[in-house]
Design a protein around this ligand. Structure first.
Ligand code: PLP
Length: 377
């Protein structure tokens, strides 16, 4: 069997070596960070050091950071908190399931064909809502989409939302480390991040809150995290998160972008008919979402798996079955074409040879399944 080729970084990333070292060094720190004694203080010091690091990187205050079990919990906490303030939620149609499934009665903000939110519609929806009531409004828009990698025009959206006095929540789980941004810069009210998308461990993330925004805790118990998230903090995970957030900016994102662009160009040169969703929009440097006309995502996934190449359909439910992508649907893509798409997400271990291998296998699968002949370049 050939060596595993991992191209599913948007699902999760391998632990960075520095993260493994930092976590290994922390295994023996077993104190409870809420304990007053020396061991507890030792654990607390490690945790506060990471809080400071994250605050530094994302230009916020340490006290505004709430550690959570990941971006799912951070998104849930934010939206549930806003709901408890009787807010009406306006959410982009391409949000992650951790947002989408949380709110039953939300107003969907449509996206354009290029995968970016419709800013005109945002203005119209907010104006319409404001003309009916003065209840709090929340606009929820992710910074970068996990399937297409398309970066959203957040600054403009924030401007519009602020004009109508709405709060803004931003899911930055995919954007963190891959593109520059900060809490201060984005001017949002709450922001979710996750460690395992950036080479840190699974099960840890954070919600950053505007200093004037008080949201109720989603998890009730002790008074940890200034009463905003009960439960003994995951010190080991938090230490890994802290190292990952330092290391992620040192990864060769320019090189990763070149590899992604080479992959797209080489496939398009051979088969001009293949769709690449969101290609004309600003995108994360590592992500491409490519259709293989006439070949279902499920068939492709199995064929790549036989070659020991790990890719993703972008959306898979827990049964492992591929379901139609709500993101592509929102972009106006028909179900058939949407069901023929795979997401390829590169990372710091990806090499030119990996891309050559992927292109070779991609073309072989396409030819075998459809009898396609490549164009002569
Ligand atoms: N938001 C986005 C955009 C994601 O891609 C993911 C992970 O797939 C999440 C949220 C959930 O993150 P976590 O796995 O940390 O709960």
């Amino acid at each position: 069997m050939k060596e595993m080729l991992y191209l599913d970084y948007n699902a999760t990333a391998p632990l960075l070596p520095a993260v493994i070292n930092a976590m290994t060094d922390t295994f023996k720190v077993y104190g409870n960070p809420s304990s007053i004694h020396n061991l507890g203080r030792q654990a607390r010091a490690l945790m506060e050091c990471v809080r400071n690091k994250i605050a530094n990187v994302l230009e916020t205050e340490p006290a505004q950071i709430v550690f959570t079990s990941g971006a799912t919990e951070a998104n849930n906490m934010a939206l549930n908190g806003f709901l408890q303030k009787n807010a009406k939620i306006i959410m982009s149609a391409i949000e992650h399931e951790s947002m989408n499934q949380t709110i039953p009665n939300k107003i969907m903000l449509p996206v354009l064909k290029n995968g970016q939110i419709d800013l005109d519609q945002l203005g119209k929806i907010l104006a319409e809502e404001r003309s009916h009531h003065q209840a709090p409004l929340v606009v929820s828009i992710m910074l970068a989409n996990n399937e297409t990698g398309v970066i959203q025009p957040l600054k403009k959206a924030v401007e519009i939302a602020k004009h109508y006095n709405a709060w803004i929540h931003c899911d930055c789980a995919q954007a963190l480390g891959k593109i520059p941004f900060s809490f201060k810069d984005l001017e949002v009210d709450s922001l979710a991040i996750s460690a395992h998308k950036i080479g840190g461990p699974k099960g840890v993330g954070a919600l950053i809150l505007n200093e004037n925004l008080k949201l109720p805790s989603l998890i009730i118990g002790g008074g940890q995290e200034r009463g905003r998230r009960a439960g003994t903090e995951n010190i080991l995970g938090i230490v890994g998160f802290g190292t990952a957030i330092e290391e992620i900016f040192r990864q060769p994102w320019g090189q990763i972008r070149k590899l992604r662009d080479t992959l797209e160009k080489r496939l398009k040169d051979q088969f001009s008919e293949i769709p690449i969703y969101g290609q004309d929009s600003p995108r994360l440097p590592n992500t491409t979402y490519i259709g293989m006309p006439g070949v279902s995502s499920q068939t492709q996934l199995m064929a790549f798996d036989l070659e020991n190449i790990a890719l993703s359909s972008g959306t898979a439910c827990s049964s492992g079955k591929v379901k139609p992508s709500h993101v592509l649907k929102a972009m106006g893509i028909q179900d058939k074409a949407a069901g023929e798409t795979l997401r390829i997400s590169l990372g710091w271990t990806t090499t030119q040879q990996d891309i050559e291998r992927l292109i070779d296998v991609w073309c072989r699968i396409y030819r075998r399944q459809t009898n396609k002949i490549p164009h002569v370049a």
